[in-house]
Design a binder for this molecule. Structure first.
Ligand code: SF4
Ligand code: F3S
Ligand code: FES
Length: 248
């Protein structure tokens, strides 16, 4: 059975904006993105929202629903009370372009700062031989749909714009961990994770893991193991001796 829902949607651009109230029809089986599309069709034709697949796989429709980062296309209306006012706002950590659409170029910049996969020079493409056990750990990280909700929710940058230059965010610290765990990657990721990408800023609050729509255990399986790898390197007696000898 259909009903009328109360929606409060953030409207604005260029740093200015306000919450606007709407009453809008909802039909059985719909998700928040359906209702936003109905708003566009019936009451607010210029309402901006980014979306693509409507299947939870493109990572485009990230937004904050009642203050929580969610995919609009995967958030069922049946999870709310019919009498509840549903507040939809853009991701807070990134600048708003218009209404619910944010400029997520911070994330692409961070992606570019990570040196790409670096295989050994004497092994040619097609000659890589790996066992399933060697790739199992990093395979989980490949499920990422780049919705950037983990970066959006991490307090290191959500509340501190000034940390953005030094911190890659959970999504890209996970990428570094993925490469570091790759049996054929030869780049030294440990020092740069700490020095260049801000691994030390992460104090394991796990908010990133809680919001990940792919249920990737970002903190437990990527960030904490990467921190352990960095510490192992620092306190490895051979590395310590090497540093003493060669860095004098
Ligand atoms: Fe989104 Fe999860 Fe990927 Fe972060 S790790 S960008 S929350 S899918
Ligand atoms: Fe941020 Fe996740 Fe660490 S939310 S503090 S990156 S555990
Ligand atoms: Fe693709 Fe929502 S529209 S994840």
């Amino acid at each position: 059975m259909g009903y009328k829902a109360k929606f409060r949607v953030w409207r604005g651009e260029g740093g200015e904006g306000r919450l606007e109230d709407f009453t809008v029809e909802v039909n059985e089986g719909e998700v928040v993105l359906d209702v936003i599309h109905r708003l566009q069709a019936t009451q607010a034709p210029d309402l901006a929202v980014r979306w693509n697949c409507k299947a939870g796989k493109c990572g485009s429709c990230s937004m904050e629903i009642n203050g929580k980062p969610r995919l609009g296309c995967m958030t069922r209306m049946s999870t709310f009370e019919e009498t509840e006012t549903i507040t939809v706002t853009p991701m807070r950590t990134f600048p708003v372009i218009k209404d619910l659409v944010t400029d997520v170029s911070f994330n692409y910049q961070k992606a570019r700062e990570i040196p790409s996969f670096t295989p050994p020079t004497d092994v040619k493409p097609g000659e890589y031989r790996m066992q399933q056990i060697d790739v199992e750990r990093s395979q989980e990280f490949r499920k990422c749909i780049e919705c950037f909700m983990c970066n959006n929710v991490c307090h290191v940058i959500r509340d501190h714009e000034e940390n953005k230059p030094a911190f890659a965010g959970p999504r890209f610290l996970m990428r570094i961990a993925e490469l570091d765990m790759h049996p054929y990657d030869t780049a030294d990721r440990k020092e740069s994770a700490q020095q260049d990408h801000g691994l030390g800023y992460c104090n394991i609050t796990k908010c990133c893991t809680e919001v990940c729509p792919e249920h990737i255990k970002i903190t437990d399986n990527a960030l904490i193991p990467m921190k352990e790898r960095v510490v192992d390197r620092k306190y490895d007696p051979l590395v310590w001796l090497g540093n003493k000898i060669f860095r004098r």
